[in-house]
Design a protein around this ligand. Structure first.
Ligand code: URA
Length: 244
């Protein structure tokens, strides 16, 4: 790693990449109740691709404008997640943004506040944005694959992803971003509709219906696995170069 990268990582609060001696990374870096389950999920294999799951009540939202789409998400009870969450978390930011960042699903903080990435992982995401000259809400939109918090921060199940995905797809159709950054395996495999490891998806450009899509680590995973932070920084630099 060169000095400039080291300095940027320091600014990002991503450096130095150490863990407290004798304390597992999860305890050292992550308020366990909020983010650790999400972090653990990042490397968990998806049992089935969302496209292979039989779902009865996938909403057709492909003609909706922003207002109608927000209403539809707010009132959605199409899957079992809604019964267990406080509120739906639609997404936040510039509705004409060039940059779209996609996470997995709301955690406890997001469920309480109704906004994506407002907990510890969100703070790191904000730092990552800052490091590449971006700011939440300013040419940036942030959304999740599922709009309701899965109980105990478990992984969203394949049927829940498949049911909720049309909302994200319509958000993308309305935003028309120049680049989609999938944060973690769940977002990446849901959008690309195929299973793969995160490692195999990073470092290359994918196509989401004509929009370039990059894959990087989920911020919650980075909080738990600081050794991967340098790789995430490589991904961000790749993303900036792509949009330039
Ligand atoms: N993790 C996510 O994937 N999304 C959020 O909004 C918060 C944490």
């Amino acid at each position: 790693m060169n000095i400039r990268d080291e300095n940027v990582l320091r600014e990002l609060n991503l450096y130095p990449m150490w863990v407290r001696r004798g304390v597992p990374a999860r305890q050292a870096d992550v308020p366990v109740e909020v983010e650790a389950p999400a972090a653990a999920k990042a490397e968990t294999p998806v049992a089935k691709s969302p496209s292979t799951v039989e779902i009865q009540n996938i909403p057709d939202v492909s003609t909706l404008d922003w207002t109608a789409l927000k209403d539809k998400v707010r009132d959605c009870t199409a899957c079992k997640l809604r019964a267990g969450c406080t509120q739906t978390v639609f997404g936040v930011g510039d509705e004409q943004a060039d940059w779209l960042f996609v996470g997995e699903g709301p955690g406890a903080d997001e469920d309480a506040q109704g906004e994506p990435f407002v907990g510890q992982a969100g703070k790191l995401l904000d730092n990552m944005l800052f490091a590449i000259g971006l700011k939440r809400g300013d040419n940036v939109y942030i959304a999740n694959v599922v709009k309701c918090r899965p109980p105990n921060n478990r992984n969203p199940e394949a049927d829940e992803i498949a049911t909720c995905l049309p909302y994200l797809q319509q958000q993308i159709a309305l935003i028309k971003p120049k680049l989609i950054v999938a944060l973690g395996k769940t977002a990446a495999t849901a959008l690309l509709e195929r299973d793969a490891t995160l490692g195999s998806l990073r470092g290359t450009t994918h196509d989401f219906h004509g929009t370039p899509l990059l894959v990087t680590y989920h911020p919650a995973y980075l909080l738990r696995s600081p050794a991967e932070k340098a790789k995430a920084w490589q991904d961000l630099k790749f993303a900036v170069a792509l949009l330039r």
